[in-house]
Write a protein of this length. Structure first.
Length: 434
């Protein structure tokens, strides 16, 4: 079901080499499909979007305007979402908003006595596109996590796209989450054609400045291809969790947490690294027992078999080294005193401390963003945040006196680089003013 790797007496490199890592396989055929979709939408706009929606989603819209979720559909969605869930949704929204408000940056300026003013303006992007997986599934939490940081940043126009079900509808929980979070418009389209529409714009769907949100491999490849026409957040891969545990961990809880990530995708990765062989053995027993009662057991079994592992190492320090080498999306510190080792963790998307902070609480209610770097990219990427929805402009002001003070240095610099017109731009000002 899941491999047990005995890393005792072995170094971290040896242990890491025994893991089945999800290195990128060849997607050349899918890239060709995506490229054709992008080109068609860029050239033919709504017409191409409608064709691909019919082809891939089996949804035939009578007109481009039918892609837009109407006010009637929004009202219908609210009627189908019970008050209990709406209350939970609003509480999650408040928690996410409060956390992300701490990430706001301010514009600033500095002055000196020589007549120089320098500064930086922090401004929100004008329009953002949010991709939310859909069809038969519903991910209202993904809506909140992608839209709320943009709203906190001050983005005025947030356009959401999500694949429709066969009845041309969007899951009501997704629609309500979008409205509560502050989406401007919702379009019932998905796949690479939705990414193309957001990147290039059509008569119905506006071009955006940035596209965020997870999707399947076609969505991921499309986002990668349109980068440069628009900005993107990241190329997200299958989900992953590492549980770093000592003998104080409860195998029942550890097994449950591993399966909570394994159920996402057959390619999801769930790894336990522990100093206790006894714990690893008990976790294996719990996995075999608990999985029988879960509706997603088939996906969990494949994920644990192909990309899961129970790893036993000699020390907590070696476990930390392994965690930093793998740089997991989610890292649970299921140890007696997680605060003692928190400072040693260098690379992780989100860190969960202690036995009562399972990863799902971060997915839904805690407040920090659950859009996280995967596949080891936590070494250089950060979670989605307010900072992803702003841009910055530098501001420079020199008085005549200030310019004269540095003029000859600037001229010399320009001449050394062979940029004589740069130098001349300074020289003409010296001539004009004596």
């Amino acid at each position: 079901m899941i491999r047990l790797i005995d890393g005792r007496g072995k170094d971290t490199t040896w242990v890491a080499s025994k893991l089945n890592r999800r290195w990128q396989v060849s997607f050349e055929n899918k890239r060709e499909i995506v490229s054709k979709i992008l080109s068609a939408v860029q050239q033919r706009g709504d017409e191409a979007v409608l064709e691909f929606t019919a082809q891939f989603d089996g949804v035939h819209y009578a007109s481009a305007q039918e892609m837009l979720v109407s006010q009637e559909e929004i009202q219908e969605a609210y009627s189908k979402v019970d008050d209990h869930f709406l209350r939970i949704l609003k509480q999650a929204k408040d928690n996410i908003w409060k956390f992300h408000s701490k990430q706001l940056e301010n514009s600033w300026t500095v002055f000196d006595e020589n007549g120089i003013m320098l500064g930086q303006r922090v401004m929100p992007l004008e329009r953002v596109g949010v991709y939310v997986p859909g069809g038969r599934a519903a991910y209202p939490s993904s809506v909140l996590m992608n839209v709320i940081p943009a709203k906190v940043a001050g983005v005025s126009d947030i356009v959401m796209v999500t694949p429709p079900a066969k009845d041309k509808k969007v899951n009501p929980h997704t629609v309500v989450a979008a409205c509560e979070a502050g989406c401007s418009r919702i379009f019932k389209i998905g796949g690479a054609q939705a990414i193309a529409a957001l990147a290039f714009g059509t008569a119905t769907i506006p071009k955006v400045d940035k596209i965020v949100g997870p999707g399947n491999i076609y969505v991921a490849l499309a986002k990668k291809e349109v980068y440069g026409y628009v900005d993107i957040d990241m190329i997200a891969g299958p989900s992953e969790v590492m549980v770093l545990a000592d003998s104080s961990a409860n195998p029942v809880l550890v097994a449950a947490d591993l399966m909570s990530q394994a159920e996402h995708d057959p390619m999801a990765s769930a790894i336990l690294v522990t100093t206790s062989f006894e714990l690893a053995s008990h976790v294996l027993e719990e996995l075999q027992r608990q999985v029988e009662g879960l509706a997603t057991r088939d996906v969990i079994r494949v994920s644990l078999r192909d990309f899961g592992a129970l790893i036993v190492v000699d020390s907590i320090q070696q476990a930390i080294e392994l965690a930093n080498a793998i740089a997991p999306e989610h890292l649970e510190l299921a140890v007696h005193n997680p605060f003692e080792i928190l400072g040693s963790i260098k690379h992780a998307g989100s860190i969960f401390l202690g036995h009562y902070t399972p990863e799902p609480v971060g997915d839904y209610m805690a407040g920090p963003n659950h859009v996280l770097p995967t596949g080891g990219t936590a070494r250089f990427f950060s979670p989605l945040g307010v900072y992803d929805f702003v841009k910055k402009s530098n501001v420079i002001f020199y008085t005549e006196k200030a310019l004269k003070a540095v003029a000859h240095d600037v001229i010399e610099f320009a001449n050394r680089e062979g940029l004589v017109a740069h130098a001349n731009s300074i020289k003409v000002r010296l001539k004009d003013n004596g």
